[in-house]
Design a protein around this ligand. Structure first.
Ligand SMILES: Cc1cc2nc3c(=O)[nH]c(=O)nc-3n(C[C@H](O)[C@H](O)[C@H](O)COP(=O)(O)OP(=O)(O)OC[C@H]3O[C@@H](n4cnc5c(N)ncnc54)[C@H](O)[C@@H]3O)c2cc1C
Length: 288
């Protein structure tokens, strides 16, 4: 439970952090809130030679609304998202999901960007980012690039952030029209991590039918994914319990389910359908 020896450097700016990451290449790891990385170091599942601490870079923390999007700095904590009055109006799902993460200590230290970059298969934010159509801003020595959430989660504990790069901020497109959203999860009773969690955002047309839906699951397989069959089955329908149950019944196609001591593959497959239905019905109930 004692990490192997490492050097520690606290970066004062994004440029300094990128310079340090470039200098040390694969030997370096970014340290943000530390609530995923430190346990990995202690278990010696990661043994970087250098930790580049970005937690003091003020530019990376905060929430800015501007026109058609909200921009969230990578170092914005789970607690910041839970408490933000600004976000409660347009993105109530952020506060809803944040309250379900770990415990107050985890929520005070853990960051939105760290959670997304880490791409834990049981993390909550990846499903929410997919449902909201987030755009990730990643900076490296060559400048900034933007990656859609749909392309960001690559595999178990693997996102599109490359060695030498930083996830700096995340844009959420401002929802327009009659929109509802919700995140529902079956939590692991000890850690709070998602055994299965489903995020849903639905938009209704003038006659009250679903005109678009984004539904995504975490916890089920190696990475969070959208439940496209559910989305397609919802469009054009009234979001009655019967229609939503029928759409949710298609959930899980193509997922290579995880099985572990907490939940078998079969149980996770069952939970995905149950929580897809709950999330879509809750989103429909929240439409405003
Ligand atoms: C007891 C406990 C319970 C938890 N329960 C939950 C839960 O219910 N749901 C949940 O989703 N999570 C849970 N977590 C995880 C927690 O939310 C983490 O804080 C989060 O996943 C990672 O954020 P961090 O800022 O701590 O990242 P760190 O631990 O500092 O970093 C994680 C990884 O991401 C990389 N990284 C971090 N920031 C960046 C960046 N800006 N750019 C590039 N790479 C970066 C690091 O190099 C590292 O590889 C729990 C953790 C603990 C300890």
């Amino acid at each position: 439970m004692i990490p192997s020896e490492f050097d520690y450097v606290k970066a004062g700016s994004v440029q300094e952090a990128i310079g340090l990451l470039q200098q040390h290449g694969d030997d370096a790891k970014v340290l943000a809130g530390g609530h995923s990385l430190i346990p990995l170091l202690k278990l010696r599942l990661a043994s970087p030679a250098v930790l580049v601490d970005i937690s003091g870079i003020g530019d990376l923390r905060g929430i800015k609304s501007g026109g058609d999007k909200v921009t969230i700095g990578a170092l914005t904590t789970h607690n910041d998202l839970e408490q933000s009055a600004e976000l409660k109006g347009s993105f109530p799902i952020l506060s809803e999901a944040a309250t379900l993460i770990g415990d107050p200590m985890v929520r005070n230290r853990g960051t939105f960007g760290g959670s997304l970059a880490h791409a834990d298969p049981a993390g909550d934010w990846p499903a929410v980012a997919l449902a909201l159509g987030a755009q990730m801003h990643i900076t490296g020595s060559g400048g900034e690039r933007t990656v859609a959430a749909d392309d960001f989660f690559i595999d178990i504990l693997t996102s599109d952030v490359q060695p030498g790069e930083l996830l700096t901020s995340i844009d959420l497109p401002m929802p327009s029209g009659k929109v509802g959203m919700s995140y529902q999860k079956f939590s692991h009773p000890a850690s709070g991590y998602a055994v299965v969690g489903v995020a849903a955002m639905v938009t209704l047309d003038g006659s009250g039918n679903c005109s678009s839906a984004r539904v995504a699951v975490t916890g089920a397989g190696a990475k969070a994914v959208r439940l496209t069959s559910v989305e397609e089955a919802l469009v054009g329908k009234s979001l009655t319990e019967e229609n939503v149950a029928a759409a949710a019944g298609t959930a899980g196609e193509g997922i290579d389910y995880l099985g572990d001591i907490y939940a078998s593959e079969e149980y996770r497959a069952h939970l995905v359908k149950v929580f897809a239905k709950r999330a879509v019905l809750a989103a429909a109930g929240n439409v405003k």
